[in-house]
Design a binder for this molecule. Structure first.
Ligand code: ATP
Length: 324
């Protein structure tokens, strides 16, 4: 391989820039040409390529988002769209690409690899931490710290007014952000998609908390929790069944995706980028870079797509003990 392309695709996450930088610099170090593809698979289909050198990625390791822009591209889901993308890559002399993105982006990459026998390596960039084959996805640590910071601030106002807050955080299929942030910020209860507490237990726990003399209560709710009510419905439900509480809702939303990556995510991104380029140059393909037991490892993308990383049962137990 003489030329490697790098792109970001799907939802953005903090640390993507650090990973782009790492891929570009590793190529420069190993004397391989590097090309950036703008706007994800859209840019691949349209040939939106820009040559990169070590200096093209100055001062981006500390920036959130992605300088290459990201996109959701319907055309890449079709064989015709992928053929257009293939023709563009071949015309540019590109011998393999590194895609930084979530499970959808990987699904596209692996299909593309199987159709054209084209070398691809994935770097898991998503705040949800929902991809098999890596203990941490890129951006999860930053998002977690952002959420904890936000909850701390909400607690200041909650305790000044003896209020109960339902705080909705991201996590449609997995509760990693909710569980970890809930433990780190001392939430009374944490509602995650992996287990349904039930409304009764929620009410009991809130009653107990009030009785024990706590001045404020925080309930962290993952978007995809299975209790059957969204945060606004939960507020109404609790107000109706537990009128002792003055209830408020806060939906943290897209602020969870932004901000400067933490040191952890910058280091992880740097390590993953090096491994991705080295893997391509060693003739490896259709693999995702991950971190397991503090080691950088490769997993077949098809494995990584099999399911979601399981929630840590031990942490659920710790959380239960902490809310005593
Ligand atoms: P996030 O985890 O933030 O949602 P993602 O990478 O999963 O990120 P998606 O929108 O699901 O985001 O996927 C990004 C792009 O990958 C899609 O817009 C599409 O171009 C491509 N893609 C997704 N699924 C497929 C598929 N089954 N076949 C081909 N391409 C796909």
């Amino acid at each position: 391989i003489k030329k490697i392309a790098v792109l970001t695709s799907g939802g953005d996450s903090p640390g993507m820039n650090a990973a782009i930088r790492s891929v570009v610099r590793t190529c420069a170090f190993l004397d391989v040409e590097c090309v950036a593809i703008y706007r994800g698979y859209d840019g691949m289909i349209e040939g939106d390529f820009v040559p990169m050198n070590a200096r093209s990625v100055n001062n981006i390791i500390n920036k959130g988002g992605t300088i290459l822009k990201s996109a959701r591209c319907e055309e890449f889901r079709t064989p015709e769209g992928r053929k257009l993308a293939y023709d563009q890559l071949i015309a540019e002399g590109i011998g393999g690409f590194v895609v930084i993105g979530g499970d959808g982006s990987f699904r596209g990459a692996t299909t593309f690899n199987e159709e054209f026998d084209f070398p691809v390596i994935g770097i898991p960039g998503t705040i949800d931490n929902d991809i098999f084959g890596t203990r941490y996805t890129l951006g999860f640590d930053t998002a977690l710290n952002t959420v904890v910071d936000a909850i701390d601030k909400i607690r200041d106002t909650a305790s000044s007014h003896n209020r109960l807050f339902f705080i909705e955080v991201m996590g449609r299929d997995v509760g990693h952000i909710a569980l970890n942030a809930g433990v780190a910020a001392g939430a009374e209860e944490i509602l995650i998609p992996e287990e349904n507490l039930g409304l009764e237990r929620l009410l009991d726990s809130l009653k107990r908390s009030k009785k024990s003399g706590k001045s404020s209560s925080i309930v962290v709710v993952a978007e995809g929790d299975k209790i059957g009510k969204n945060v606004f419905e939960l507020k109404e439900y609790v107000e109706e069944h537990l009128p002792i509480y003055d209830v408020r809702v806060s939906v943290l939303g897209h602020m969870q995706r932004g901000g400067a990556p933490t040191a952890f995510d910058r280091v992880l991104a740097s390590r993953m980028g090096v491994k991705a380029v080295e893997a391509l140059l060693e003739g490896k393909t259709n693999l995702m870079v991950g971190i397991m037991d503090s080691k950088i490892v490769l997993t077949p993308i098809t494995e990584a797509l099999r399911g979601h990383t399981k929630i840590d049962k031990e942490l659920i137990r710790v959380s239960d003990i902490m809310t005593t």
